[in-house]
Write a protein that binds this ligand. Structure first.
Ligand SMILES: Cc1cc2nc3c(=O)[nH]c(=O)nc-3n(C[C@H](O)[C@H](O)[C@H](O)COP(=O)(O)O)c2cc1C
Length: 365
């Protein structure tokens, strides 16, 4: 067993994109505007969430018609909170690393170092086409992302930074001011072999779509094997769509309603587009490569992690995920404000109790 250090961390998806987190006509009491999101961020930090993750979309074909830009939105949420770390999603291609490094360095100073970044490699060819950005093959996108990460870290840590890559070149560049220490954390999203290779080499955090514990464990084992002897250790975050209700039957009924009210045309359109992601990787192992119609109703496979049930069932499954090496659980909800608060009251304290009990058992053994 690869026990991750205590305690497991919690993040929530920032709904900076319209339409909620499920592609379904079920009622979703959530909103993509800043007032709703500021309040949500304040609720989340009180509830015990350490991180919030924003999304980046320049356009979207599955009902997410409005999308606020992630770095600006991240800054607004940081300005409204005290302790929450907010992760800004960015796409190499549209972002040049010099610009991102400088934006993030400034926001780090403005917000006591609470900004992080999520480098996403892109899955939506239509989006790149719409903004006139060249669309690279799957593994080329990751080669570019890896250079992007090496470059931003280089700019943040070195003066007279020089780099001669296939995608980026720098000549004696000194960024001033540098971000505050500790440096902003660098997350990445993706599950293909190329994504795991990149995580094992350069990322602080590896984010993967929802999956079964076995599916997550196989990815972690692979990353640890690739890291062996390098000294690098990527921490692991897993997506889940949480449906926590007093009884399991209630929680299951909510899932059934989400699926019954799924928007088939939008889900199929999304399925078509994500073929450019996991299925386009040479080994066909990436995100969405094996997703069913039901899985895709939560567009990051969040039902597969099965955080659906009573507070105790969900807390036990989170601690089991920790047992296989998961450091952070990233959560989406139907009714964000109410459910983040409920999760903080009903689930997080149980997780802490179970972690404590597990630690005591380990100490006694
Ligand atoms: C937690 C998480 C967050 C992501 N956020 C975004 C995002 O905001 N914008 C985006 O275009 N892609 C996002 N992605 C998609 C990834 O960048 C990547 O394109 C996708 O996972 C397919 O990668 P793969 O083929 O390597 O599995 C996210 C992925 C994960 C796992």
């Amino acid at each position: 067993m690869t026990n991750a250090p205590l305690p497991v961390k919690f993040a929530y998806w920032v709904p900076n994109v319209s339409g909620g987190l499920v592609i379904s006509k079920i009622e979703q009491r959530t909103h993509w505007d800043i007032d709703y999101n500021r309040q949500l961020a304040r609720i989340a930090e009180k509830a015990g969430f350490e991180y919030a993750l924003s999304q980046i979309r320049f356009t979207a074909g599955y009902g997410a018609d409005n999308q606020h830009e992630s770095v600006a939105f991240t800054h607004a949420l940081l300005a409204a909170t005290e302790t929450l770390n907010v992760i800004a999603a960015v796409l190499p291609g549209p972002w040049h690393p010099a610009l991102l490094a400088k934006q993030v360095a400034t926001i780090s100073h403005l917000t006591k170092g609470r900004i992080a970044v999520n480098v996403v490699s892109g899955w939506f060819r239509g989006e790149f086409h719409a903004i006139g950005e060249p669309w690279l093959d799957h593994d080329e996108r990751y080669r570019r992302s890896e250079e992007f990460i090496r470059v931003i870290r280089g700019i943040w840590t070195e003066d007279a930074f020089s780099f001669n890559g296939d995608f980026y070149r720098f000549h004696d560049y000194s960024l001033k001011p540098k971000p505050l220490q500790p440096l902003p954390e660098i997350f990445q999203g993706g599950s293909s072999r190329a994504a795991r290779d990149m995580a094992a080499r350069v990322s602080d955090w590896y984010f993967t779509n929802g999956n079964t514990p076995d599916g997550v464990k196989a990815q972690i084992d692979d990353i640890r094997a690739k890291e062996a002897g390098t000294g690098h250790h990527a921490r692991i975050g897993v997506n889940a769509f949480a449906i926590v209700r007093e009884t399991e039957a209630e929680a299951r009924a909510v899932l059934a309603e989400i699926l019954a009210k799924a928007d088939p045309e939008a889900v199929r359109g999304f399925h078509h587009e994500v073929q450019n992601a996991g299925n386009a990787s040479p080994e066909r192992e990436g995100n969405w490569a094996k997703s069913s119609f039901e899985d895709l109703v939560q567009y990051n496979d969040g039902f597969r992690t099965n955080l659906i049930g009573t507070p105790r069932q969900v807390a036990e499954r989170i601690v089991a995920l920790k047992g296989i090496g998961v450091d952070l659980v990233l959560l989406g909800f139907l009714h964000f404000q109410e459910e983040v608060e409920y999760f903080g009251k009903q689930v997080i304290p149980l997780v802490r109790e179970l972690e404590e009990a597990a630690a005591n058992t380990a100490r006694a053994a």
